[in-house]
Design a protein around this ligand. Structure first.
Ligand SMILES: [Zn+2]
Length: 343
């Protein structure tokens, strides 16, 4: 009997963002490469459009497994579309996929951002699939498409296999999900991990080089040591000692370089509406969370990248409560400073 061929994740194509003429190539490249990452500290809100409880429970468990690694990102299930960032469906006519990182925020609230195209409860591959799709949600790309993988494919064999059951992919779907190498600024890591949860299984004969993979790649289907190390590097747990206190009616400098983050804590002196605003020539994403005892609650976010404006969030806060303000500079020109002010 021939070995059963897996169902594979098939990623949707996102249009490449086009910038205004005044945005330099260098600046645009930084915004694109840093822009898929979530601001560290973000509580990602997910909801289910549909699905049986047993299917949903696998996905819930997979979110927990990622969160329990001790990363700066947390997840919470919500019921309202308006509150959601990640929207999950179980449409078996649509394959399994997820948009990548903060690209998700560009998707309309009535559309799903993640789909599961097969029964997740059938076998262990269900959990593998859930962990993999959440990996995309966190900003990870397919490992075999890493520019660092150096895989040479037997392209005709690859096209032929994926055109068959159970995937039935077109040539262009196989090209964009397997053959095509991603540009270095689209991937968050810097080396290839064949054991990664973001790596597909490939049977013998599809890979010509490296020669050691001629007999195939068989990732274990769980988070690899490098997945764990890598995600903790991308989203380290934010240390309380690294969070600067900032007062009402004050302005503090944001000491960031492109891709890095500044983290602030604000205690509301009274219940009223406050405005948080960045100033300077930085391209930033700012998010605000209420700090809870055990977890933080996402309140709002603003992205000012690629345009000549600053990140600005106005919202009502409650006296005595603590709020975290996390700002990632997607691009910071050399020798320029930015500030955060609270009014
Ligand atoms: Zn995938």
């Amino acid at each position: 009997m021939a070995k059963k061929i897996n169902n594979y994740c098939k990623q949707p194509k996102m249009p490449v963002r086009v910038f205004n003429k005044n945005v330099s190539k260098n600046r645009a490249a930084y915004i694109l490469s840093n822009g898929t990452r979530w601001v560290n500290g973000t509580q990602i809100k997910y909801m289910f459009f549909s699905g049986a409880t047993a299917q949903k429970n696998i996905v819930r468990r997979a979110f927990e497994i990622w969160a329990n690694l001790g990363i700066g990102i947390s997840f919470i299930e919500v019921n309202k579309r308006a509150d959601s960032m990640v929207r999950i469906a179980f449409d078996h006519s649509d394959g399994s996929w997820s948009y990548v990182g903060r690209e998700i925020l560009k998707i309309g609230k009535n559309e799903k951002t993640m789909n599961f195209g097969w029964d997740l409860t059938a076998d262990a591959y269900g959990m593998t699939t859930a962990l993999h799709e959440i990996g995309h949600t966190l900003g990870l790309q397919h490992e075999h498409q890493s520019p660092f993988s150096g895989i040479t494919w037997d392209t005709e064999k690859v096209y032929k296999q994926f055109a068959g059951e159970p995937n039935n992919w077109t040539k262009s779907e196989t090209h964009s999900n397997i053959i095509e190498k991603l540009s270095a600024n689209k991937v968050l890591g810097s080396s290839w991990d064949p054991k990664s949860i973001m790596e597909y299984e490939f049977e013998a004969g599809l890979i010509l080089k490296p020669v050691k993979y001629k007999n195939g790649i068989y990732p274990p289907g769980i988070l690899s040591a490098n997945d764990i190390k890598g995600i903790k590097k991308i989203y380290p747990k934010i240390k309380a000692s690294a969070v600067k206190k900032v007062d009402h009616k004050s302005t503090v400098s944001i000491n960031v370089t492109s891709g890095n983050q500044s983290d602030f804590l604000f205690v509301a002196p009274e219940s009223k509406t406050y405005t948080f605003e960045t100033k300077g020539d930085l391209d930033t994403v700012m998010v605000i969370h209420e700090k809870g005892e055990k977890e933080n609650y996402y309140l709002a976010g603003d992205d000012d990248s690629g345009v000549e404006k600053n990140a600005k969030i106005t919202l009502p806060l409650i006296k005595g409560k603590k709020y975290l303000v996390n700002i990632r500079a997607l691009y910071a020109p050399k020798n320029k400073k930015g500030t955060l002010s609270i009014k």
